[in-house]
Structures are given as C-alpha cells and as structure tokens.
Ligand binder design. Structure first.
Ligand SMILES: Nc1ncnc2c1ncn2[C@@H]1O[C@H](COP(=O)(O)OP(=O)(O)OP(=O)(O)O)[C@@H](O)[C@H]1O
Length: 844
C-alpha cells in the first residue's frame, strides 16, 4: 500500500486496542474509541473534521470526510508521518515519532504500524493463495481465449466469403466550404439504423442503393478502417487482397487511402495492423513484408520509390511469371519492419506522385497510385510457405472533361484516366456477367490488378461520393458502377502459396503420379505372376499326385520283387539240394553277381555233350530267369526243340575245367534252336570238345547273329588271347546290315567298341582256312570280353580305326588279316600301359 494512503486526520491519545482489533481499519469509523479527555499535545493535528475520521482510511475516492492526499508528502497528522514504509510494505518507526512526547500517542502509532504490518502480511498470504488457486485457471482461460480467437478468425473469413469476396463500401464526404458557400444542398440521405443503405434525393424522388457498408460524412478514419480490417487480415492468412477507392474527383479517395498525418488512411493503418498481427502470431508463423509503390500515368508505369532521375525514360513493363502472377521487373521493393518505415515510404511515394490542379480539386491525382505489399510467411510448425499480395489502390478521379474545364496536358491526362477507368468498368462487367473472356489487358491498370481482381482473391471497393447537389450526376454514375461491382459473384477465395513451394509441390505431384503408374504396372505384373504361380501350383499338384501313384506302384513292384526273391531263394535251395545229389558242383551262373563266388574258385567243368542231366526238368524252370545259362543248361533248354518258342537270342556260358581268369559269352540266335538246324548241336559238341582241351578254364560268351545257324568252331591261340571262328559256308549269307544291326547283349560289348575287338572269321572247312568266294559271307560275330588293341605296326593290314569301330569290324580285310594272324602268326598278346588312358591293356 503506498505511503500516504493512510491519513490520520484525528490522532487519538488512546486507541482501544481490543475494539480496533475486531474492526481493523474499518472505514465506517466504528472501530477505535477516542477518549477526548486524553487528547495529546499534538493539537494542531486534531481538527473537528478529523474527529469523525477513522485511522487508516484511504482518502482516494472516499466520502468527503477526508482530504484527498493529492501530495505524496506525509502530513503531521498522517500515519506515514510517524511510520516509514520499507520496500516490503512494512512500516517502521519514523524518526518523527521520537519527537512525540505523549507516550500514548506513540504507543498507539506503533500499534497501528504493527497492525498494518500484520494486515499486510495477511493480505499477501491471501494474494498468494489466490494466485495458486487461480493460476491454472487463468492459464486455461488464456488458452481457451487464444483458441476462440482462432475460431473467430476462421468464422470471420467464412462470413466474408459468404458475403462475397467482392465487397463494396460507400463513403460520402461532407460538403466542403466552397459548396456550402455556393449554396449547394445535400442530396444524400442516410438512415443510421440501416448502415448498408443510402438514398439519393433527386427531384423530390429518392433512389436507394445498397452496399456492404455506408459511411456518412461524420464517419472518421478509424470507423472506416474497422470495417476494412478483416480483409486486411485475410492477406496475412495467405489471400491476395485488393482494396481500391473509386469515385469522382475530389470526393476523398486519397483521403480514404492515404489520409493525412493527423488522420491516417487505410494504407498506413493496414500496414500497422499487419505488423501488429504478425507480432502476435510470431510464435507460430514468421512473416516478412516488402512494399513497392507505383503509378499508372498516361498508360505508363512509374516507380514511385525509385530515386533515379531517368524515370521518364525508364520503361517498366508487366511480365507474367511462371506461376501466373504479374510482376513488374525492376520495381523497387524495400523490406519493411516498422510503421515508421512504412510511413516514410508512403510519404516518399506520395511526393513523387503526379498531381495537378483542376477546377474540381486543387491537388487532383492525375494518375492511379498503387501500393503493393508483399507478404511472405512460413509456418514454424508445418513449414508451409505462402506469398500473397495486398494492393492498395487510389484511382484517379472519374471526371467529366467538360465540367472540370481542362485543356492541354490536363485534358490528355483526363482522357487516359477515363480510358483506364472505362477498362476497369469493362473488366467488372465481364466478371459480373461471368464472361469467359475478361479484358484485363485493355489497360495497364487492369493488367496490373489481374491477379487481384476477381478470381481467387478478396476485393474491397470504396465508392467515394460527394453529397453536393452539384455532383448529383457523377454521384449517380459512381453508385451505379459500384452496384455492378457488388453484383459480381465470385467463387471462394483461395489461399496463395509461395511459387517456389508450388513448384516443389508440382514436382512432388508429378513424382507421385509416376510412382502411381509404376505401382499399377507392378500390380499388373504381380497379378500375372500370381496367375502363373497358381497354374504351376496346379501342375505341381498333378505331378505330386503322379509321384504318389508312382511311389505306390514302386512299392507294389518292390513287394513283387521281394516275393520273387523269396521264390528265387526257395528255388535256389531246391537247386542246391539237387546239385548236392550230383557228382560235381557247378558255379552259380545267374545274378546277382555279388553272390557268385570268384571264378578262380569254381571247379565246374563242362559235362560231356549229350549226357542227360539228372535234374533237367527242375533246372529247366530255373534257367528261364537267368541271363547266363550254363552250356549244359543251354544245351538242354536253348537247343532243346521243346523250347523253340522262345524267339530270342540266348547267351550261353561255357565253363571249362581250367583256371578261369576271363569270361567269354556265347549267344545263340533263336533260329539256332530251330529243329532244322539241330545239327548245330553236333557242331557245338565239337566246340565243347575243343573247349575241354583248352589250357585253363575259360568261360566264353558266343554271340550268334539271329536267323543264322551256329556252325562255327572255336580255337584258342594262347592263354591271353582267344578267337572264335565260325563257319557259315553251309548257309545262305545274311545281309551285312543284319550283322551291323546286331548287338551283343553283353553290356561290355555294347558299351564301348574301343575296348572291344570283334574278330570275324568265316572258315569254310572248319579248320580255320577261308575260301575266297565265301569270305564276304561271314555271318557270325564272336566277341571276346577282353580289352585288346591290335598292334597295327606288327600287323600292317589291320587298320586300327577299323578295328576300334565296332560295326566296321565286319569287313573283308579285317577278317582276312585276323584270320591270317590267327592261322599263321598266332600273335602273342602282351600287356602294355597305354599312354593316353594310363590303363593297362592287351596288345596283339
Ligand atoms: N471524409 C472526409 N472528411 C473530411 N474531409 C474530406 C473527406 N473526404 C475528402 N475530404 C477532403 O476533400 C478534399 C479532396 O479530397 P481528395 O483529394 O482525397 O479527393 P480525391 O478523390 O482524391 O480527388 P482526386 O481524384 O482529384 O485526387 C481534401 O481536402 C480532403 O481533405
């Protein structure tokens, strides 16, 4: 509490502490009981007036029982005279109190000071308590208020859009002294209750006009700007805004837009609002402002902020930028941050503006003045950038040339002004009638305002009128024009974005479109692949089904094989039993080979031909499943006339009772078992006899060409090389291709001719000699399963390639040479190491 607020107008000598403690510093003076007989010596401080006052009562705004403490100097009768306030509002004894002689007075003042201090303490505590209680509530309310402000702004924008993005205000200036002096009457009638209507009185009739707002002569600049404010704020929200004043010369257009230093107009106030609002939004959005000022004078653009002297020669042109906005390259556009800078710039521009004196206006504007404010913003949260323009246009006055009485340069100026205003009227008419072609380029003025007139911007027009009866005609024209403007139906305004930002967004959009296309392509290929996959899965399932079936059949076969094996084992046991009854034992001839004992240990010998086998009936059944059949068995089965129905070549194994180191297979053609060729049996017995003479036991495989009887002979040259000679002189020759087509059933013979040598011989008399005439009629091929290579050096007639080519063996030279070699030279075969294959082989 400030010092001096407490005034002790009547200092009692005694204060009833008890009663005061209850009442405190009650202003109703019911507290302290003053005892008059105890008045102190401070008599000068006791006045009649003060007797009814109470201690500690503030004089400020109270009843007249106290003097107002207009001065801060404490008077002797105030508490502050005896007590001093410290910084923390505590009262301490003043040195003045020492001069008080009466102890009661001193004691009472001290008491008052103490009471004051305690009250102060109590108050502070209460304030702190309130702060604690109300603090969060206050913050919440503050936040709510901010949100409400935002909502209000949004709703206001919506309201403006609903009202229309072209708004028309009408402002009527007061009658000037000249008009009054000339006795012109007021023809404009306003109804204060209807702010949107005005009437023109002409010839006792009234013509009514409606606008968004009508400002009468009494309306000041503040009132006008209050209605303009929302449109100005829209520019901060990112909208393009155009505010222009239109009207007859001398009606106050410049006054409304520029104003005077005392009554500043829309231009200055708008920029002021922009700065203030941007400051309040600075936590969310960062703003930047720049201002340019130009005029269109006689259809030429002049930069009003340029300081260069060659303004007359410098030609400024309107260019359309890539983003569709219209720019004037080379225009001076300083950045502004404060209202002072703005005012300075506006003053500079106004000074440079072309003005002249006319009959209607002493300082008539002879050009259209345009102030362009560029607003750049960046949202600190979302990072979104915007750039918008606010045009503040003071048009040159529409005027009747005859009326203003001009000639020369002024007349030319007036013609240009009227022409450009007419172009503006055309644009407005085209917009109002929703004409697809808007003639923006008919004048520099409309061309400059193209992006801010119509379309997606907000437009505000001030139609300025004169109340004078002398200007009735022009006033009516202006009002009619304004009514047309108001009739324009515009679509909703659109927030502007930064061109750079737009370009970036455009690129992103294009990229997204390309990605969408790529996605569609990938989806299509994925769909095709899915279809392919589905069809393959079907195939796979079918194959799986087949595999299952194959497995099942394989299992069946295995089962069958096991059964056959069991049967075979049983038969083997029977054979074994039968063999045990025989005098001699035979080596096992049928597969599997692994179960066979090594040949070296076989002690079988060929039984004599024609000797009946004791178990012929039993072993006959057995041998049908064997590939190698013993000679004896083949004798019984292969040559048995009863088995002639088996029309396939047979291979007969001949086991000699010598040391078996090699095996030779002998195959018989089915025809061999033909009854007509049974004499082969006889020949075979000869072969068997020769076999028995062989040194060492050998098993031979003899392959016989089909359909050819076996009448060959067998001879051995030495232990390492065997050749078998067969005679066919008795039978008709078989065609060579029949021999060539024939293949031994032995895998080793068929697999690689390089490792085989087929020696062919056609002995005519069975002793190895071959008559010339029968040489080409050989029919029998015998293969010895031994790796043999004919030494071509020692036996020149033998051509090695011929020998090594299997089928080509059947040739006369080879046969003769082999025959000769067998008969006369009986070449020794020796084991050599082959350089190429690194394998050992026998060489003739
Ligand atoms: N509302 C008003 N209140 C008081 N004075 C006004 C008002 N409107 C205009 N005036 C005064 O009228 C005179 C002419 O105004 P102003 O120059 O602004 O007209 P103008 O329309 O701009 O004319 P021009 O087209 O020739 O430039 C000025 O002296 C101005 O102060």
């Amino acid at each position: 509490m400030p010092e001096g607020d407490f005034v002790v107008t009547a200092l009692p000598t005694f204060i009833d502490l008890d009663s005061e403690q209850e009442s405190g510093t009650s202003p109703d003076c019911t507290g302290p009981t003053v005892k008059s007989e105890q008045y102190t010596s401070v008599e000068e401080s006791t006045t009649d007036e003060g007797k009814n006052s109470c201690v500690g009562e503030s004089t400020t705004g109270k009843a007249g029982n106290t003097e107002p403490s207009s001065t801060m100097e404490p008077r002797p009768e105030t508490l502050g005279y005896f007590m001093e306030a410290l910084d923390n509002d505590c009262l301490v004894e003043s040195p003045m109190l020492k001069g008080v002689a009466t102890p009661d007075l001193r004691a009472s003042i001290k008491l008052l000071g103490t009471k004051y201090n305690s009250l102060m303490e109590k108050n502070k505590m209460e304030i702190n308590k309130c702060k604690k209680e109300c603090g969060p509530r206050y913050e919440a309310l503050k936040k709510k208020y901010a949100n409400e402000c935002l909502e209000r702004r949004r709703l206001y924008n919506e309201l403006i859009e609903l009202r229309g993005n072209i708004r028309v205000f009408c402002r009527c200036r007061p009658l000037n002294s000249d008009e009054i002096s000339k006795g012109y009457s007021n023809v404009i009638d306003f109804d204060p209750l209807h702010e949107t209507e005005l009437q023109i009185i002409c010839d006792s009739s009234k013509k009514q006009f409606k606008f968004d707002h009508v400002f009468g002569p009494a309306a000041n600049q503040e009132a006008v700007f209050a209605e303009t404010l929302p449109v100005v704020v829209s520019a901060l929200d990112g909208y393009n805004v155009c505010i222009f004043a239109y009207g007859q010369t001398g009606t106050g257009k410049t006054f409304t837009m520029e104003g005077t230093p005392e009554n500043r107009g829309v231009n200055y106030r708008a920029l002021e609002v922009l700065f203030n609002t941007s400051a309040t939004r600075s936590s969310d959005v960062a703003y930047g402002f720049s201002v340019s000022m130009l005029e269109v004078y006689n259809e030429r653009i002049r930069d009003l902020l340029s300081e260069s002297t060659d303004q007359a020669t410098k030609k400024l042109e309107i260019k359309q930028s890539a983003d569709g906005t219209h720019e004037v390259p080379g225009l001076v556009e300083p950045e502004v941050c404060t209202t002072d800078e703005v005012w300075k710039i506006l003053r500079t521009g106004a000074r440079n503006r072309s003005v002249g004196s006319t009959a209607a206006n002493e300082l008539s504007s002879r050009s259209h003045c345009l102030v362009r404010v560029t607003i750049k913003s960046e949202n600190r949260v979302s990072g979104q950038r915007r750039r918008s323009h606010m045009w503040l246009v003071d048009l040159a006055g529409s005027e009747r040339i005859s009326k203003i009485d001009v000639e020369g340069e002024r007349l030319r100026e007036s013609q240009f002004i009227n022409r450009s205003l007419s172009a503006l009227g055309d644009v407005i008419s085209a917009l109002a009638s929703k004409n697809p072609h808007i003639p923006y380029r008919n004048s520099k003025l409309t061309h400059l305002l193209q992006s801010s007139l119509g379309g997606d911007c907000k437009t505000l027009m001030f139609v300025q009128i004169s109340p004078s009866s002398s200007d009735l005609g022009e006033t009516t024209c202006s009002l009619n024009f304004a009514t047309r403007v108001r009739g324009i139906e515009q679509g909703p305004a659109r927030k502007q974005t930064d061109p750079a930002e737009s370009f970036k967004l455009k690129q992103i959009t294009e990229k997204l479109r390309a990605e969408e296309k790529e996605n569609a392509r990938l989806n299509e290929s994925m769909r095709l692949l899915n279809m392919k996959y589905t069809s393959r899965e079907n195939v796979f399932q079918t194959l799986q089904e087949k595999v299952r079936e194959a497995e099942q059949s394989s299992r069946n076969y295995q089962q069958r094989v096991r059964e056959l094996e069991n049967q075979l084992a049983a038969e083997k046991r029977v054979v074994k039993d039968n063999t045990a009854t025989c005098q001699f034992t035979k080596p096992p001839l049928g597969p599997p080979q692994k179960q066979r004992p090594p040949l070296g240990r076989i002690t079988n010998r060929v039984p004599p031909m024609g000797r009946p086998r004791p178990t012929a009936s039993t072993s006959g059944t057995l041998s049908q499943n064997k590939e190698n059949t013993s000679l004896a068995a083949s004798n019984s089965y292969g040559l048995n006339p009863q088995n002639r129905g088996v029309n396939k070549a047979r291979r007969v194994s001949v086991a000699a009772p010598l040391q078996a180191k090699r095996r030779t297979s002998l195959a018989f053609p089915p025809s061999m078992r033909d009854p007509q060729t049974m004499n082969a049996e006889r020949k075979y017995s000869q072969l068997e006899q020769q076999l028995s003479q062989m040194r060492g036991q050998r098993r031979l495989s003899v392959a016989v060409v089909p359909a050819t009887p076996l009448v060959g002979a067998y001879s051995a040259s030495n232990s390492k090389y065997r050749s078998i000679f067969m005679s066919s002189s008795k039978y008709a020759p078989s065609p060579p291709n029949a021999v060539s087509a024939w293949r031994s059933r032995l895998p080793t013979v068929a697999a690689s001719s390089r490792q085989q040598v087929r020696l062919v011989r056609s002995p005519a008399n069975g002793n190895g000699s071959t008559p010339e005439g029968e040489a080409s009629n050989s029919r029998y091929c015998f293969s010895v399963q031994k790796r043999v290579q004919v030494d071509s050096l020692r036996h020149q007639p033998l051509r090695v390639p011929q020998v090594l080519t299997g089928a080509g063996v059947y040739g006369l030279p080879l046969r003769d040479n082999v025959n000769g070699a067998t008969r006369f030279a009986a070449p020794q075969a020796k084991r050599v190491l082959c350089n190429n294959s690194k394998r050992r082989m026998s060489v003739l």
